[in-house]
Structures are given as structure tokens and as C-alpha cells.
Design a binder for this molecule. Structure first.
Ligand SMILES: Nc1ncnc2c1ncn2[C@@H]1O[C@H](COP(=O)(O)OP(=O)(O)OP(=O)(O)O)[C@@H](O)[C@H]1O
Ligand code: NI
Length: 335
């Protein structure tokens, strides 16, 4: 063997390992907001998950449970009163500790794309959608001037944004159109990781499906997608895996097929979420989620949980993809 064979073999091993390693690894991510009077809001607590290239993870849970805060943390977009703990590794970069210059120059838009939850607030008010798309294309993909017009039309088409609205300003758009403009902008950079925060709000079912299918094509082309959504039907259509969040914690991670099909969700909260759907039992979960500034000591879902028992006054560990003292098997054993 020549002396070259070793480095070559090592490089091959590296490629194999890279293929198996997740693109994003979030480890015990917590976000706290410091408030007046020494109070704090525990918006995200100990969230851990990984996301591979070519995979979509849907993050679901009731309003206010911390989904958008989690996404903002991954982009370094939290306000000044936020404190983070844990790690969020994108390759070698820890997104939680990367400096603003790195985030602005190499991460946002280039390595991590965002479809924001409030697209109107993220679009530049004084520029038309077409001009914003054109500028983003030139910046992120180096599209040359003569090619920009066609590229803008293609980008709009991908997000079902009508070409005859490209000369409109953001305030002239309906919520649904602003949403599609934001999706078009987010897809332009071809970032390996896309965070889509409620990308189908304000769209009718046909457009929801069209948007979701375009996002799925993006995933199938090798990108990773973290999709935050209230729309469980959209989640079922697009996701490979599901993360269920309750009161700032991920309480269940599941394969989408098992979650939406058989055997179904394992966590009592996740079962409640699905059963609340009109096409299922249409039975809402009784009660309200707790205040994130005033969380109970034990399991935060216990006050609403039909299975709560003595053990639930202590916080459940996240183990075997669920944070529950009585996951289904144990429940059967108790019955
Ligand atoms: N800048 C902030 N300062 C203090 N608290 C905040 C701040 N931003 C968000 N929060 C709180 O963090 C919690 C989580 O909010 P977040 O927006 O992540 O919820 P969400 O799951 O995305 O809800 P929705 O589905 O309604 O978008 C909420 O209680 C919210 O009030
Ligand atoms: Ni949100």
C-alpha cells in the first residue's frame, strides 16, 4: 500500500460518518426570559432532538408552548432579556453561542432558512415582493442581472405566489399572499436547514397542500426541515417524525406513521391533541396549559391528565422518546 491509502480511507470514513450524523443536533436547549421583579418565563426547557438531511420533523403543540421561541433560539434572534442553555450544533457551529457576525454572514439565510410566523413583519415594507426576491437571489445565489427576472418568477412559482403580484408592496398583500412571499424568500437560499414557523397560516386547504408538498420536495432534495405547525393534517402530510411540545418541554418524539396511524401517540397530551380534531373525537382537552412563568413542580400536564397519579407530582424524565411517568405500557400494567 502506498502512503496515500490511509488518508483516502480516512476521508471515505468521514463521508460515511457525515451521512449518518444529524445535520442539526439540539441538546437540552432551554430559554428563559428575565422579567421585571426578578420573575422569569421558562419558554423552552431541556429540548433535545436531532434532524438529518432529507428529513422533516414537525413541532406541534398548543399556542404559547414555546415553539417559536425554540426556532428563534436556533437563529440567534432572541431578544436581549433571553438566556439560553444547552447546545444546538449545526455541523461544528453551536447556534446558541455563535457571534452575531457569524450568524448574520454565514448562518441566517445561507445555512438556516426561515419562514417566519409573522411574514408581514419580516418583509421590507418599502420594496415590492419581486424586488426583495431579486435582491435575495443575487445575494444568496449570485444570480446575474440578466437572469434575475426569470429566477424571481421561478421562485414565486415554487411558493404558489402569483407572478402578477410581484410588483406589489407587502401592505398590499393579504395574509395568505404575504405567507407565500415569505416562503418563496426562504426557499431561495437553498439553505441545508429550513425552519418553517406556521408556513400555512391563512391558506385554504388546497394552498396548504400545495405549500406543504413544495416543502416536502425541498426535503426530498436533501434539505432538513423543522416545521412548526398547529395544522396536524399538514404535519401528517409532510413530516417523517413528530415532536410534541407542552409547556416548554418536548414530551414525545415519534415516527409520523406510528403517531398519526397505529399505534398512535403515546403521551396522554399528544393523544388529547389528536382526539381534539374534528375528524377524530372532536373532544378538546379539558383545562388550560400552565403559565410558563409559574410552572408546577411536577409534570406540567398532570392537572389536565386523565391518568395523573401520585408519581406525577415529580417531574418526569424524558426517556425512551417520552416524558411521562405512565407511558402506555405501564398504564396497561396499572389497569
Ligand atoms: N420576548 C419575550 N419576553 C417574554 N416572554 C416571551 C417573549 N417571547 C415569547 N415569550 C413567551 O414565551 C412563551 C412561548 O412563546 P412562543 O411564541 O414560542 O409560543 P408558540 O408555541 O410559538 O405559540 P403560537 O403557536 O401561538 O405561535 C409564551 O408564553 C410567550 O409569552
Ligand atoms: Ni409561534
Amino acid at each position: 500500500m502506498t502512503s496515500l491509502s490511509r488518508p483516502l480511507a480516512t476521508r471515505e470514513e468521514t463521508v460515511v460518518r457525515a451521512a449518518a450524523a444529524p445535520l442539526l443536533s439540539v441538546q437540552e436547549l432551554s430559554v428563559r426570559f428575565r422579567m421585571r421583579g426578578g420573575r422569569h418565563i421558562a419558554a423552552v426547557t431541556d429540548a433535545s432532538f436531532a434532524l438529518a438531511a432529507g428529513e422533516c420533523l414537525a413541532l406541534v403543540g398548543e399556542s404559547g408552548c414555546g415553539k417559536s421561541v425554540l426556532a428563534s433560539a436556533l437563529l440567534g434572534l432572541l431578544p436581549g432579556n433571553a438566556q439560553t442553555a444547552g447546545r444546538a450544533l449545526l455541523g461544528e457551529t453551536d447556534l446558541l453561542t455563535a457571534d452575531e457576525r457569524t450568524l448574520a454572514r454565514t448562518v441566517r439565510g445561507r445555512r438556516v432558512g426561515l419562514v417566519p410566523q409573522s411574514p408581514a413583519a419580516h418583509l421590507t415594507p418599502v420594496r415590492t415582493v419581486g424586488s426583495q426576491l431579486g435582491e435575495t437571489l443575487r445575494q444568496l445565489t449570485g444570480t446575474r442581472k440578466p437572469d434575475v427576472r426569470a429566477a424571481v418568477r421561478a421562485a414565486a412559482e415554487r411558493a404558489a405566489f402569483p407572478a402578477d403580484h410581484l410588483d406589489r408592496y407587502p401592505h398590499e398583500l393579504s395574509g395568505g399572499l404575504a405567507q407565500r412571499a415569505a416562503t418563496a424568500l426562504a426557499l431561495v437560499g437553498d439553505a441545508p436547514l429550513l425552519l418553517a414557523d406556521e408556513p400555512t397560516t391563512g391558506l385554504d386547504r388546497d394552498l396548504v397542500n400545495r405549500t406543504v408538498d413544495e416543502l416536502r420536495r425541498h426535503v426530498d432534495a436533501g434539505h432538513a426541515l423543522l416545521m412548526i405547525t398547529h395544522d396536524l393534517a399538514a404535519a401528517e402530510r409532510v413530516a417523517d417524525r413528530v415532536a410534541v411540545m407542552y409547556a416548554g418541554r418536548i414530551v414525545e418524539l415519534a415516527d409520523a406513521g406510528a403517531f398519526f396511524g397505529t399505534p398512535g401517540p403515546r403521551h396522554p397530551y399528544a393523544r388529547g391533541l389528536l382526539n381534539a380534531l374534528p375528524e377524530r373525537d372532536f373532544a378538546p382537552i379539558p383545562g388550560m396549559p400552565p403559565e410558563l412563568g409559574d410552572l408546577p413542580e411536577g409534570c406540567a400536564f398532570a392537572p389536565r391528565c386523565p391518568h395523573a397519579a401520585e408519581a406525577c407530582t415529580a417531574p418526569p424524565q424524558f426517556a425512551d422518546r417520552i416524558a411521562c411517568h405512565y407511558p402506555p405500557d405501564e398504564e396497561l400494567a396499572r389497569a
